[in-house]
Design a protein around this ligand. Sequence first.
Ligand code: FE2
Length: 367
Amino acid sequence: MTKTDIFPINGTDYIEFYVGNAKQSAIYYQAGLGFKLIAYRGPLTGVPDRESYVLQQGKIRFVLTSALSDDHEIARHVARHGDGVKDLALWVDDAKKSFEVAVSRGAEIAYEPYTISDEHGSVTLSAIKTYGETIHTFVERHDYNGIFMPGYEAKESPREDPSCGFKVVDHCVGNVGWGEMDKWADFYRKVMGFNLLITFDDKDISTKYTALMSKVVTNSNGNGYIKFPINEPAKGLKKSQIEEYLDFYNGAGVQHIALLTDDIIQTVSRLRKNGIEFLYVPDNYYDSVTDRVGKIDEDLEELKKLNILIDRDEEGYLLQLFTKPVMNRPTVFFEIIQRKGAESFGKGNFKALFESIEREQALRGTL
Ligand code: FE2
């Protein structure tokens, strides 16, 4: 951490999804994506109005929450957006101070700081609003040694070693409305002192038909663990995939979460075996890819078989691929990424990727 890190963040603490049926979604994340069920909160622990299931893989924690009645903020969120990401929670050393700094620099309050305790210690939480109805909770853990946080009880995963090899959250991408990308990139720079890492204009991210623009902000004055690309739609001959998202999500929200693995072949093999569906990559992608990326350690045939994409930057290369939307609405999806030196986002794959998304859009009748 350097002196210029005005807003120290240790990493992603958890990501909370508001969903229609947390109990069943929890099975998908276990059986499909290899997460382990670790904790529960709900009527059985004295919380009558909602149920939450906490899942973990590597250092990644997902919380799946459903309301138990219709007249409930969570039920309204799900009715409006479908299943989606509510909270990108950030692990900080001081949740009260982080909150005060963010609010003094222009953030809107989601909720004021409060501390919860049990026999294992205490956790302080506070939260600010970001794009759409998404929030950032600041999580301060005072050497908390219980499971997840006070109020939750341990819940054993019935599955043996379900892991697909995910280690950490690599980046979380938000889709915002027309002309709003700069506003939200500036929000992160102003409120949290993030840096602008890279900008992609519509010339970088367009196909014959559709386009988008993107700015990536990061806490790179600190550890660089937090990377938030912000997308907005751009004008093209047909409907931008970002516009499709905004229509179905009813506004801005999280588009994809990239999960880091150090063995993408193993990870994707397992995911495919578990029934997870990925975007289709045409076979001819592999005909010319080595001209672009040069020598790689992996067997190209194996990558082709699994539809894994490759890209190179000045620092190295990366391997990535994208699931189809994991919600009923074509909104949230996951990226699986392995970095072999490269710190970038796979610009060289944008064209192939977006053509593949357009193919899906056309099938849905929304291109
Ligand atoms: Fe990504």
